[in-house]
Design a protein around this ligand. Sequence first.
Ligand code: ADP
Length: 506
Amino acid sequence: MNVHLASSSTLEKVPAALRSWLATPRPMLINGKWVQARSGKVFEVQDPATEMHLATVAEGDAADIDDAVRAARNALENGPWGRMSPSARGRLVHRIGDLILEHLDELAQLESLDNGKPFSVARVADVPLSADMFHYMSGWSTKLEGKHIPISGLAAPGQYLSFTRLEPVGVVGQIIPWNFPLLMAAWKLAPALATGCTVVLKVAEETPLSALRLGELLMEAGLPDGVVNIVPGFGETAGAALAAHPGVDKIAFTGSTEVGRLIVQAASRDLRKVSLELGGKSPNIILDDADIDAAIAGATAGIFFNHGQCCNAGSRLYVQEKIFDKVVSGIAANAGNIKLGVGMDPATEMGPLVSQVQYGRVTGYLKAGQEEGARALTGGTRHGERGFFVKPTVLVDTKPDMKVVREEIFGPVLVATPFKDADDGLIAAANDSIYGLAAGVWTRDIAKANQIANRLKAGTVWVNCYHVFDSALPFGGYKQSGWGREMGQAVLSNYLEAKAITSRIA
Ligand code: ADP
């Protein structure tokens, strides 16, 4: 478990062109131009593995958001975007996906430096999935079909012709988090562009870099000025200004449930449309007839992938009594073998948490859990002296009312609980959460798996697998995990208005 501490040695691993891009203060994208903040302010971006300076970025606030919203409105109503054919729009969205793949290594390097995740992971997951989102969504541009609807009621048959037309909702404000910076930008931008909307994207203050580089690729792809505006800045200033801006038709947010509530409040004054993809505390259930090795591997990845910084992390493990010790000790052994280090080191399997704040939050939960009586089978503390590293942790001896069981930790912390039978009690325990984002079930009995899956209050259920995402599959939450769905055909309705047009024809 070696942690390499020198930021310079990390940066040496990336090409000179990227080093020089990082060394130049990064402006924001408004109306097709790269501009500084109106206030002239900038903020520092930190490498979470070394706690050293990584880049300087323009700090947008309400004034810049206002400029960006005007640019998006103008691009929607007066620019070439609104007149572009669906086919041309689709080709443009597809080209963005191509450009992402053409810059695979560079984007993965940026993601690793900025977020802390291993380069090897960003290269096979974050970046290709981002490209796929644009490729998948590009096909929808030409398939946004309304319907002919026969009407009866008071009308005589044949008197009217009625149909629906799907139109872009308009100017969309999008606010994204830091856990998958490029992928979250892709999840938001691709469907908005495919449906013909224009966008103001507020990226997370912890991780603005890959989305800013994506902005350069959007312009290279030929996106007209003002169609996508990218404003880095803080949540309480730039984010709050965007959520409350009267010129925005719809807000799409991914982040914590707490901030989701603030977004709804801000948007409620003008009844702005809102979609939310929020937190989770997802149950992962292992029955005693499961393929135990597969379940141990799957539950390990289920919680520790992306250092547990996934809204859908399988953070509450329920294991049938007979196999409980074997399963949790297997997961704990895997956890202990995970190599922590800087993301650019090829040997690294897990990087640091994204920031000092996140590090404080996760270690606070570890302390609270252990004070309340939970026992760490492995981990439970920080790792190394520098960087925001937390050891992958498995907590047992937990009780259902403990904070570590109830609240989203958003870090590499699994809480494991045994259960006797796969009965109503198990379903009640699994559903005993304010969240309902995802769940896992491990069993060789496919009927039982589907019976359980049907009863779980979650937007996604994985059977004998975990973290399987696809651009074509809808993703989102029940309960306080959100409103609406991301990805797949389902996301399109977030960005469309259905207009019913009726003509008298007799
Ligand atoms: P986390 O707490 O894990 O950092 P957040 O939900 O706070 O996640 O952040 C997700 C996104 O929401 C970020 O882009 C952040 O800047 C933004 N944000 C935070 N607070 C607000 C707010 N009051 N209004 C709008 N956006 C916000």
